[in-house]
Design a protein around this ligand. Sequence first.
Ligand code: NAP
Length: 370
Amino acid sequence: MPSICVCKNIRRSENKEERGKNKEQRGKNKEERGNLTSHILISYLNTKKMKAVVISQFGGPEVLKIEERPRPVVHPQEVLVNVRAAGVNRPDVFQRKGNYPAPKDSVADIPGLEIAGVIEAIGSDVTAWKIGDEVCALVSGGGYASYVAVHEDMCLPIPMGMRLEEAASLPETVYTVWDNVFRRGLLKRGENFLVHGGAGGIGSTAIQLAKIFGATVYTTVSSEEKSTYCRRLGADYIVNYNNEDFAEQWKGIGIDVVLDSIGGAYFDKNISLLADDGRLVYINAMQGGKVELNIFKMMQKRLSITGSTLRVRDLHFKKQLTKDIREKLWPVMGREFKTAIFKRFSFQDASEAHRIMESGDFCGKLILVF
Ligand SMILES: NC(=O)c1ccc[n+]([C@@H]2O[C@H](COP(=O)([O-])OP(=O)(O)OC[C@H]3O[C@@H](n4cnc5c(N)ncnc54)[C@H](OP(=O)(O)O)[C@@H]3O)[C@@H](O)[C@H]2O)c1
């Protein structure tokens, strides 16, 4: 008897184990069917077309052409965004001219570094978002298109009270300023901050964020109109560089952090304006990257000189930055921070948007709508 019991028990446990295995198998089948369904859906969506603004060859604004392209492939951790608006940035102009190639993992001939839109499909491993969610995102290229695939951790919700096209104007400048002014430049409450080109996209964001976080803001512009614009954004001291020398004007004040994209002759002036322990941060050098540094000045004031480019950073870095921005910055977006859209263009008029950007005859941001 005992042996039968043992046998039964074994059989029971074998049956239980089998039932468990069957259940596990059914679960796997269901999961596979789920994956297959989303795979079929994604494959189907990938066969569909999208509209894109394409750099047909390097050159002037006229080289931007509208083309039909296959929609991007959506990987398991990506979402497919139906783009409603894309921001235009100075680096897009450099890319169009052939001076700023897209990183390897990004589409080479469709510019565009920031978008906002509605999620139309999700990859099989996406957990953070669902179809229909509205998001904005930093992308490493391909933003001038009616669809982009974005890693789920790179998407941000639309800030409270903002329209999609306003949200599309945020990522490129917000990421750049947050990383360079606050993480590298370590700008703190009560410090003096100088940003050159205050009326541009980067400048508009830098002025506002520095004010929100309690700094005194200095900026340079080329006209009275741009000066008025910067004052409205909150800049405390403004120099029209066509009329005055900013280095003379602000001599002896002691600037704690400078954000510069001009380079050239501005380098020495920035060095002379910096306070003890000042930080000089470069995000471009439009007037030249080769400068002369007096090492003794740097030592005497204990200066830090740094800089960075955002686009080439890897996904891991960008995901961390997105998390940081969502936690520390997103709560003030749409409340204290106001978007500064100068003009909206249909994506079909992307060439015109680039012409205006190159003329410099605008304040704030230019936006393409789809
Ligand atoms: N490193 C990165 O990761 C990164 C990311 C984004 C952008 N960027 C760079 O940041 C810069 C600004 O980009 P953006 O999109 O804001 O361009 P933008 O909107 O065209 O703004 C550039 C501004 O610079 C001003 N400017 C030109 N020459 C000047 C000078 N000599 N002194 C003072 N201001 C001057 C222009 O206005 P005025 O008419 O007043 O001169 C304009 O407002 C670009 O060089 C871009 O490549 C770098």
